[in-house]
Design a protein around this ligand. Structure first.
Ligand SMILES: Cc1cc2nc3c(=O)[nH]c(=O)nc-3n(C[C@H](O)[C@H](O)[C@H](O)COP(=O)(O)OP(=O)(O)OC[C@H]3O[C@@H](n4cnc5c(N)ncnc54)[C@H](O)[C@@H]3O)c2cc1C
Length: 251
């Protein structure tokens, strides 16, 4: 029996560690994290306003940056997240987000998928008949994958390099694996790019699985850097699934 995921797992891999230069000290006010400080430092450098003449807290300062649409300073702060328990169809949509993003995803050519896990499409969770029909198809696809790999290894046994032979077998056999096959992906993006992606993918128009992931990622990033994501609101949409909306569109 393969493992079945019914929710994604999101782990923070990296966050900015701001190293303040001693010769340009900022008059900091209020609570902040490394990424928020980095963005404020970058913004203040433009006008050499390190003395903080308006006595703004970091979070008020960044609120104003978003309101004014000066989002380029948010590009300095990068966050890397590990997404697990997500489907190949989700990552196919995710990697369309290009500007400011970097990706590294599990390779189905190199990694044996005989024990792959699968992601239950959110819309069928809780319906036993739909889940049973879906699982039957998944299990059959995985059995075919295993049989194909075995037969292809035999067919190409004249290829001496075993790593290459396995790759030949797996890259052909993966054709029968469904979109629901679980994958893992490291995603790095700057705060401005995350905002754009999260706005699009937490919206009511987004596909359910990526929308669910966007909400989890949003909550994770809101803890990391509240000022960058404080204008997002999560609400229960008419389809009874959480969705997100934003106050400052495309800063
Ligand atoms: C609900 C939904 C449904 C979708 N349905 C489909 C679909 O059916 N088929 C499909 O193919 N895709 C679909 N997409 C994907 C969509 O078309 C975009 O590829 C995806 O949302 C990434 O958006 P983006 O290009 O703005 O992002 P990014 O690539 O991250 O770009 C961010 C911004 O940077 C600027 N930019 C980036 N690259 C360029 C460039 N080369 N030239 C000029 N400006 C640039 C633009 O302002 C852009 O908005 C869908 C997306 C959503 C959210």
């Amino acid at each position: 029996m393969p493992q079945f995921y019914t929710e994604p797992k999101v782990t923070v891999l990296s966050r900015p560690d701001f190293a303040e230069p001693g010769h340009l000290p900022v008059q900091w006010m209020g609570e902040s994290t490394g990424g928020e400080k980095l963005a404020e430092f970058a913004g203040r450098l433009c006008y050499m306003s390190q003395k903080n003449p308006a006595s703004r807290t970091t979070r008020d300062y960044l609120e104003n940056i978003k309101k004014q649409g000066h989002g380029s300073v948010l590009e300095h702060a990068n966050y890397s997240l590990l997404f697990e328990g997500v489907s190949r169809s989700l990552t196919h949509e995710l990697v369309r987000h290009r500007a400011g993003f970097a990706y590294s995803q599990l390779s189905q050519r190199y990694v044996d998928e005989s024990d792959a896990a699968f992601v239950v499409p959110p819309a069928i969770i809780g319906d036993d008949a739909l889940t049973a029909a879906w699982k039957a198809q998944i299990e059959s696809a995985q059995a075919t994958y295993i049989a194909l790999v075995e037969k292809l290894m035999e067919r190409y046994k004249w290829v001496d390099d075993k790593v290459h032979r396995r790759k030949m077998a797996r890259e052909a056999a993966r054709g029968v694996l469904p979109n629901s096959t679980e994958t893992k992906i490291v995603v790095t993006a700057n705060a401005r790019a995350w905002r754009t992606m999260l706005e699009l993918r937490s919206s009511e128009g987004a596909e359910f699985e990526i929308r669910r992931l966007a909400i989890v990622a949003l909550r994770t990033l809101q803890k990391e850097a509240p000022a960058f994501f404080s204008d997002f609101e999560v609400y229960m949409a008419a389809d009874r699934v959480e969705a997100g909306r934003i106050s400052y569109h495309k800063v």
